[in-house]
Ligand binder design. Structure first.
Ligand code: SAM
Length: 244
């Protein structure tokens, strides 16, 4: 009798997620569009990363870079940035925007993080993977690939959404249905990730967790800020301490 075996997808990519972001790609740099939240939080996350790694002169990989909001801003801080994504349309938007803005130290490639880890192990001083893990079938494999890509002594940053009733209320009901900041269906609650789960994947990958911060939003004032509470959106910084 043959045992039923779990079928793993060939690629750690959810085609419907990629299609969602491809469809919206032309609006990526419109600060009043569905991408307004990413534009609004970008200075906070950029500063949080920069304070920890001093971006200037660093070789940085931005995983799931989309239209390049974070990638381009890191390049403007003096880093040499490679942004990767599986969506072709967002990458084209990112390339065009960088060209129009005269930012020459950012480049973009359509590939998976796992394939890049095979091709360029231990090649980057810094790896960022923000607002992406909650859109893939196996986020722990992304964490492991980020570990392989960063140089020993380098740092890796993740951000995602916590999984609890409050994050469901804020990130789905509030953002998608009440305030309509994001299109309905942008997020799937089942793919949200508890900080303890992400911390375990980080540890299992071989990374050392340095710190974590929550990202907060006041719907009345429209203001975002960082604070220790990680109930909804949060960021995490880690180091690859040793060589294999
Ligand atoms: C919410 S956007 C975040 C964009 C960017 N990281 C930021 O925070 O500004 C998520 C991005 O992840 C990309 N993505 C989803 N699954 C992916 C995968 N398996 N490999 C690479 N990129 C992926 C999508 O195409 C999309 O551009």
């Amino acid at each position: 009798m043959t045992q039923a075996t779990e079928q793993k997808p060939l690629l750690n990519v959810d085609a419907s997620e990629i299609a969602k972001f491809e469809a919206l790609a032309s609006q990526w740099w419109d600060k009043q569009s569905q991408f307004k939240p990413l534009h609004d939080i970008n200075p906070l996350r950029l500063n949080w990363v920069d304070e920890r790694v001093s971006l200037s002169g660093k070789r940085v990989l931005d995983v799931g870079c989309g239209g390049g909001i974070l990638s381009e801003s890191m390049a403007r801080r003096g880093a040499e940035v490679l942004g990767i994504d599986m969506g072709e349309a967002p990458l084209n938007v990112a390339r065009l925007h960088a060209e129009q803005e005269g930012v020459t130290t950012v480049s973009y490639r359509q590939c998976t993080v796992e394939s890049l880890a095979e091709e360029m192990p231990a090649s980057f001083d810094v790896v960022t993977c923000l607002e992406m893990l909650e859109h893939v079938p196996d986020p722990s494999a992304i964490v492991a690939a980020c570990y392989r890509l960063v140089k020993p002594g380098g740092q890796v940053f993740f951000s995602t959404l916590n999984r609890n009733p409050k994050s469901w209320l804020f990130a789905i009901v509030g953002a998608e249905y009440v305030l309509r900041m994001l299109p309905r269906g942008t997020h799937d609650y089942r793919k949200f990730i508890r900080p303890a789960e992400l911390a375990r994947w980080v540890r299992e990958a071989g990374l050392t967790l340095n710190d974590m911060t929550g990202l907060h939003f006041n719907p009345v004032t429209g203001r975002y800020w960082l604070a220790p509470n990680v109930d909804v959106n949060y960021m995490l910084g880690c180091t690859r301490v040793k060589a294999d």
